[in-house]
Design a binder for this molecule. Structure first.
Ligand code: GLU
Length: 509
């Protein structure tokens, strides 16, 4: 291949949510492009109109923006190789399909859906339960290999719907070197005559991907392993249309596995973890599939766990920021076998990233969670100090709300069950007395609060330790949170007294 500037592409079909595997493909493309000072292209593969889902393309942009993996060229940011949406490139493909026909590497096929069904049931045997349109069957079908030139032209001119199919050669060994899997070979006899151009004039993925990778000067194509079986068709198309010296280098990335085989959307719903980057609601069924963003993942953690799902740098290191990934990523360290997704491990990454990031980096997403729950944050410095205080107790971002909302509003409910078994009149009297003492306290400060609390406990002859749990539950709602006297200081005198009184009524009831 001549020396060319590195250009890679992510080529999603806008058919639904962006799956973990899809984001990992984006990530590896992005890392490689950044590392090689190349260009990362986003091409929307929307030629299958029957699978097009409104909103899916906008959703992809949103996900890439959240992940921080923005393309250099895309439908939103066209470069010199547009359009970047395949449906807008429709007129480009016909001439390539016709060129294949002229060289007898492809043919017109006029078979109706019923005729195709008939062929499948006619050729069905025990050894071959799903016969294909291939060298065994093609000469029994209605296509330009069987019909005369005049018959073919007559059908085309009378507007009979047709497709163009590749004519797979017999017994040719088609091989290439995959950047992940090494040498891979296929026997062309085992591959069917794939449709290249559909009756609506749109190319199929197979034709479009080859033509566009060529026209967009793509040098490396990373895609999911599910496309490996299509490689022989693509290689032949490259050979027939463009000669092989221009073909991009391919890397077929290993599958991401769920608890049972390939990770699926259903696994997410079944086991309660997200499989998409962001929430996706299917506009047809209204079914919502959860996303990592809404679950409370930091993009840094999401990207980090995806990077190491199928790749490592050869050391024990697991935490990488994007710049380290750009520096260290290499395709020869991408695993060849599927990588198992482990939600607990994903959460561990998030926890580590919460520790790693500074409070000011965490503030924006956490503030958003509070605001979504109706708590407006006015004093950012005070908010930052609260984030710092509970940071070590949080795994997912909504944990910050659980761990810290009581700094801003009284608990929605009290964990009465944890107090009730040891609750008695003496304790109730202690808290009534405490209210008075707190009221008279001139300087509202944690050590002072602790002092009056402890001396009152001694006076009443109750162990302070036994009183701290109910005090904590009164202030925060449950048995959690940092030092209770500090919580009291932070929420203020009136609020502390108000919560103790309100909780007392409930504990005494
Ligand atoms: N449109 C294909 C997909 O959605 C792209 C495969 C490729 O990258 O070649 O998976």
């Amino acid at each position: 291949m001549e020396d060319r500037k590195i250009r890679v592409r992510f080529a999603p079909s806008p058919t639904g949510g962006l799956h973990l595997g899809g984001v990992r493909t984006v990530l590896y493309n992005y890392l490689f492009a950044r590392q090689q000072q190349g260009t990362f292209v986003l091409r929307i593969e929307d030629t299958d109109q029957s699978r097009y889902v409104p909103g899916a393309e906008e959703y992809i942009y949103k996900c890439l923006a959240w992940c921080g993996l923005l393309p250099d060229e895309s439908p939103l940011k066209p470069g010199a190789y547009g359009p970047y949406r395949q449906s807008e490139r429709k007129p480009l493909y016909l001439k390539y399909a016709e060129q294949l026909i002229a060289r007898q590497q492809a043919y017109y096929a006029f078979d109706t859906a019923e005729e195709l069904d008939k062929m499948r049931s006619y050729f069905k045997t025990e050894e071959n339960p799903s016969p294909q349109y291939d060298r065994h069957t093609r000469m029994n079908m209605k296509n330009s290999l069987v019909l005369t030139e005049a018959e073919t032209q007559q059908l085309i001119h009378s507007n009979t719907p047709y497709v163009i199919r590749i004519k797979m050669p017999e017994n040719e060994i088609i091989s290439f070197t995959d950047m992940v899997h090494g040498e891979v070979s296929f026997n062309s006899s085992l591959v069917d005559d794939k449709v290249l151009l559909k009756a609506d004039g749109m190319p199929t993925y197979h034709l479009a991907v080859v033509v566009d990778d060529f026209l967009m000067k793509i040098t490396h194509a990373f895609r999911g392993e599910e496309w490996l079986s299509s490689a022989p068709v693509h290689i032949l198309l490259w050979k027939y249309l463009f000669g092989l010296e221009w073909m991009p280098q391919w890397a077929h990335l290993p599958l991401i596995l769920g608890p049972h085989g390939k990770l699926s959307k259903r696994d997410g719903a079944k086991y309660g973890f997200p499989v998409f980057a962001m929430n996706w609601t299917d506009p047809k069924t209204n079914e919502l599939t959860e996303g990592f963003y809404e679950k409370g993942f930091l993009p840094e953690a999401f990207i980090n766990q995806l990077a190491v799902l199928g790749w490592n740098d050869g050391s024990e290191q697991e935490l990488f920021d994007i710049n380290e990934l750009i520096a260290k990523f290499s395709l020869d360290r991408v695993h060849t076998s599927g990588a198992k997704f482990d939600f607990e491990k994903a959460k561990w990454f998030n926890q580590e990233w919460i520790k790693k990031l500074s409070v000011s980096q965490l503030r924006i997403p956490i503030k958003q969670i509070f605001e979504d729950k109706g708590i407006a944050i006015q004093d950012e410095d005070a908010f930052d100090s609260i984030i710092e205080l509970v940071k070590d107790r949080c795994t997912l971002l909504p944990d910050f709300y659980i761990q810290a909302s009581y700094f801003f509003k009284k608990p929605e409910q009290w964990d009465v069950a944890s107090v009730k078994p040891k609750w008695n009149l003496e304790k109730s009297e202690f808290f009534n007395a405490l209210i008075k003492k707190m009221n008279d306290l001139p300087h509202w400060e944690m050590h002072e609060i602790e002092n009056i609390f402890k001396s009152l406990a001694t006076e009443k002859n109750i162990k302070a330790g036994e009183l701290q749990l109910p005090f904590r539950v009164m202030l925060v709602g449950g048995k959690f949170g940092p030092a209770v006297f500090m919580i009291a200081e932070k929420i203020g005198k009136d609020e502390t007294i108000g919560r103790v009184s309100a909780a007392l009524n409930i504990f005494n009831a």
